[in-house]
Design a protein around this ligand. Structure first.
Ligand code: HEM
Length: 388
């Protein structure tokens, strides 16, 4: 959708809780409500730990999807406590702010190399040449995926994400299942190898944890590889596109590089890369006097929460120096993004390298949005780069 923000404005004002017939979901559009429901344990990312499909009035998934859900449901994002608590504890050791900060020099060097090559050619598609390779390489290196196999990751991840759009086509579903199966087979083979010959990487470290089942190990790696780049790519593309539409803010950032950290947060707020997350209602709840019964599904509209005037002064204005910015793009509560410190480093380093190494970046053509609403990103962003 080119610009969902007008619709959100009306929802927040007129109907902060509204039932949306086409998807059978309750839409929640205000920041305070989205934030509170993300933290509310009466809701869950899954219901399968407390009830079956039948009790929640949902059809069981078609059998052909089993290999897909087996992988996805073994990752921490799709489980609830106590399994979530255990998985998150095991994996979070690799993502402490200190551990992640130690990666900064490597991220900076990689961003520098990618941007040098890009500027040397006079520019090109920023998404394919800088936005994608940076986070894909960082997370692949962390996990220890061999260099020669990295080209496989992006297509697998993109195909898997196809299942998360509203009403995916049958073809998209089959493509997602095939990708999950191939990815999973690949990781099982890699883990077997690392179990025997451990290296200094996350896959090796995970194979040494006796508590982790093989499905959990594979599910964790798939989650880290997908979550570890998909949104970062889109924030880079959407972020530059936002700056081109607000040239005074781009000029302000060029003139004062100390604004980089607030600019990254603001770009994530202003054009939200993951527009919506869903939750299942495990016990009846009430929001603004509306009772939402157990078994319902709520759609938390992150893109709307991030433009809520109750929380953000002048919310439709892009302000790269915005100081008070409690945006919700990394979520909240127990599933708060594990990779947020890493994403922040990657974004600051890539925006910083592009600003440092160019005197000018110009749009060659109007970019096109990828289809789909939940994951918001551009197909390509073609630019002309003038070296600094
Ligand atoms: C700008 C980039 C990113 C954005 C906007 C983002 C956003 C999010 C959001 C909104 C959630 C919570 C979803 C929910 O509550 O339903 C989440 C969870 C997660 N993210 Fe990120 N993410 C980003 C980058 C990363 C990176 C770089 C990594 C890893 C290297 C990562 C790993 C994870 C993991 C493992 C979870 C699941 C946490 C849990 O269930 O406890 N993310 N992310």
């Amino acid at each position: 959708m080119a610009y969902p923000y007008r619709v959100y404005e009306e929802l927040r004002r007129e109907a902060p809780v509204s039932y949306f017939e086409p998807t059978g979901q309750w839409l929640i559009s205000r920041h305070a409500d989205v934030n509170a429901l993300l933290r509310d344990r009466r809701l869950g990312r899954s219901y399968l730990h407390v009830a079956g499909h039948e009790e929640f009035g949902r059809p069981a998934e078609p059998e052909f999807q089993e290999p897909f859900w087996r992988v996805i449901r073994a990752g921490m994002l799709d489980v609830e406590p106590p399994v979530h608590t255990r998985l998150r504890r095991l994996v979070s050791k690799a993502f402490t702010p200190r551990m992640v900060e130690s990666l900064r020099p490597r991220v900076r060097a990689m961003a520098g190399e990618l941007v040098d090559a890009y500027v040397e050619k006079g520019g090109g598609d920023l998404i394919a040449e800088v936005a994608e390779p940076l986070p894909v390489t960082v997370i692949a290196e962390m996990l220890g995926i061999p260099d020669g196999d990295r080209h496989l990751l992006r297509p697998w991840s993109a195909d898997i994400c196809g299942m998360y759009e509203l009403n995916p086509t049958l073809e998209a579903q089959h493509t997602a299942v095939r990708a999950a199966t191939e990815f999973s087979d690949y990781l099982k083979a890699l883990a077997a190898d690392r179990r025997a010959n451990p290296g200094d990487d996350l896959v090796s470290a995970l194979t040494q944890i006796g508590e982790l089942t093989e499905d959990e190990l594979v599910g964790t790696c798939v989650l880290l590889l997908n979550a570890g780049h998909e949104a970062t790519v889109n924030v880079t593309g959407n972020g530059w596109w936002s700056l081109f539409r607000n040239p005074a803010e781009l000029a302000r950032l060029r003139a004062d590089r100390s604004l980089l950290p607030t600019a990254v947060e603001e770009l994530m707020r202003w054009d939200t890369p993951l527009q919506m997350f869903e939750r299942w209602v495990l016990e009846d709840i009430e929001v603004h006097g509306v009772r939402i019964p157990r078994g319902s599904e709520v759609a938390l509209l992150f893109g709307s929460a991030n433009r809520d005037p109750e929380v953000f002064a002048d919310p439709d204005r892009l302000d790269v120096g915005r100081a008070d910015n409690p945006h919700i793009s990394f979520g909240a509560g127990i599933h708060f993004c594990l990779g947020a410190p890493l994403a922040r480093i990657e974004l600051a380093e890539s925006f910083g390298a592009l600003l440092d190494r160019t005197s000018k970046l110009e749009l060659r053509e109007e970019p096109e949005w990828k289809p789909g609403y939940v994951i918001r990103g551009l197909h390509a962003l073609n630019l002309t780069a003038t070296p600094a």
